[in-house]
Design a protein around this ligand. Sequence first.
Ligand SMILES: [Zn+2]
Length: 422
Amino acid sequence: MAVPRIGRLAAVVAAVAVVATPAAVMGADTATRSRAEPAWVAANPSWVPAGAAPDSPAPAASRRPTASPSRASAAEPERTGRAPRQLTVIASGDVLLHEALHRQAQRDARAAGVRGYLFDPIFAAVRPVVSEADLAICHLETPLGEPDGPFTGYPRFVVPPQIAATLARTGYDTCSTASNHTIDDGEQGVYRTLDALDAAGLRHAGSHRSAAEAATPTILTVRGVRVAHLSYTFSLNGLRRPADKPWLVNDLRADAVLAEARRARAAGAQIVIASLHWGTEYQQRPNSMQVNLARTLLASPDIDLILGHHAHVVQPFERIGDKWVVYGMGNHVAWQHQSDVTRDGVLARMTFREVGPGRWRVVRAEALPTWMHLSNPARLVYVPAALADPSVRPPVRAACLAARARIAAAVAARGGPAVEIP
Ligand SMILES: [Zn+2]
C-alpha cells in the first residue's frame, strides 16, 4: 500500500485546528522530577500547564520497543547513585470504526491523493503524545477486512485493515484484540486481523492463530525492560468459538489471566499489563465483576496494571494497594453520539519506576482527555492541545472544556489519589 508521509497530511489536518503541538502535550520533565519526588508522586499531582517546557525525550530509536529478546544488560540492577529507571506507558480505549468513519477515511484518502482509506488525519492530534511514550497500547475492538472490503458496522463489524498502519504511525506499539467483537467475522476474521497487525509492525495480544500462539505471552522489550501485554474479554456477544479452537480469543477468567501472567514472569517479564474488555456499556460506574476482579488480579504479584475498555464511556481510575486499575478509557475513536459521554475518552499515561532489581511500580498516573469531533471532518481531539490553541473555534473549545470536566469527574469517582488532568 502506498503510504503517504505524515508531512503530506498537514494540509488536511490543519483544517481542524486541533493538532497537538509538542510543547502542549508533554508533561513535566521526568528526568529532573525523579530525584526530588517522593515515592508516590501521584498522591501529590503537579499541575502541568499547557505550553510547559517540553521533556527532553530520549532519541526515538532508543524509546521504541522491539520484538527482540532483552539483552543481558537489561536485567542488571541499577547501580547505586544513579536515578532509578522509569518507563512511560500510554493506553487508550476502544477503536471502533463505525461506517461513518470509513467514509471520513475515504474523503481523507482522496484529499491526500491516495487510494482507499486513510485514517491518519482522524488520529493526528494524539500522535505527539502517543508516540512520545515509551510504550503505547491501543485496543482494536473489531476484526479487519480485506483492503477493498466488504465492510460492515454494528452489530457484526468488519472494518478497513488500513487502520493497522495508521495505529502504528500514530505511535502505538501493541494492541489488545480480545473484545466482544473479536469473532464477529469468524475465525478467518481473527487470522486476517492478526496478519494485518503483523504487517503493520504492531504487536498484539488477546486473540490467536494457533494453540501455540495462545500459549506464548506477548512480551515487548521497551528500553531494555521486558513488558508483557495480556488481553481478555468477558463476552463474545453470544457467538461461540469453534469447539476445536478454544484458543481463538481469550475468555476473561481470573485463573486464566493469572496463569498467563505467571508464564510471562517465567519468560522474563518485569512488568505485566492486563488489558480487560469488561464492564457495562454506557455505565460510568464499574460493575461488581470489574471491582471484584480488579482486586483479585492486583493481589497477585504477577500483575502490575489493569487497563479496561468496552463501556464506551470513561470509568474511574482506582489505586488498589500500590497498583492501579483503569476501569474504562471510553471510546478512543468511534462514531457514537447518542450522548456526550460517548464522545469522551482518556489516555491513561502511567509512569513506572524501578523500585528494586526487576521490580516496577506505577509512581505517576495521568488522565489525558480526548473528545471526538463528529461533524465533517471527523477528528479525534486531544483536549489539552486544543485548549492551548487560540485558533480553535469557540464551539469546539466549549465542547473540550465540558468534556474535560466530565472526564475529571469520572476518573476521580472512586476516591483514589487524584490523577493528573492537564
Ligand atoms: Zn466492546
